[in-house]
Structures are given as structure tokens and as C-alpha cells.
Design a protein. Structure first.
Length: 100
């Protein structure tokens, strides 16, 4: 397993719907365990990335100095809206702009 695979959205998004879901993360985790004997906690990684993106966006919106930057707050609001609308998944555009 290569850590760089975690930054390749096409590797993570098995069904090519533009969303990386927790279910897909668990499927890849099971695949690596059965084929390579490696226990890679992709479900945990997915959940942590999702939670951190929401927390960072919220922090930017609510912070003092950064919230004065209109571009930063506009991007944070867009990321937050996209994540909340995606119902627990991580959309490709958010992943590309915030993780890759």
C-alpha cells in the first residue's frame, strides 16, 4: 500500500460517482487485508479526514483574524456546504482543493 494512494481520488472512489464514501473505504480496507495481509485503517482515515475538514471549515468561519479574509470564509463555507450536503461522503472537488 502506498501512502500516495490516499491522495489519488480515483483510487479511493471505487464506483466513480465523484464521492469517497465510508463504505468504499471499508471495502478497500478489506481488499488490502485479504490480498496483502495488511491492515490499513482506511475507514478510520476517511472518518478523520471528513471530521477534520468540517472542523477546519468551521474554525475558519468562526475565527477572528481568518474570518476577516472574505476569500477564506467563502471557501470554508463552500467546503462546509458541500460536505454537509454529501451526507458523510467526501466530494471530489473538496478532496482536490483541501487534501491533494
Amino acid at each position: 500500500f502506498s501512502v500516495t494512494a490516499l491522495t489519488d481520488f480515483y483510487f479511493l472512489d471505487n464506483n466513480s460517482d465523484g464521492l469517497w464514501s465510508y463504505k468504499e473505504a471499508l471495502g478497500l480496507q478489506k481488499y488490502y487485508r485479504s490480498w496483502y495481509g495488511q491492515d490499513i485503517q482506511l475507514g478510520t482515515i476517511h472518518r478523520n479526514i471528513h471530521q477534520l475538514l468540517i472542523q477546519y471549515a468551521t474554525d475558519i468561519i468562526n475565527s477572528g483574524m481568518i474570518s476577516a479574509n472574505r476569500n477564506a470564509t467563502r471557501q470554508a463555507r463552500a467546503v462546509l456546504r458541500s460536505l454537509l450536503a454529501a451526507n458523510g461522503t467526501i466530494p471530489r472537488d473538496v478532496f482536490a482543493s483541501q487534501v491533494e
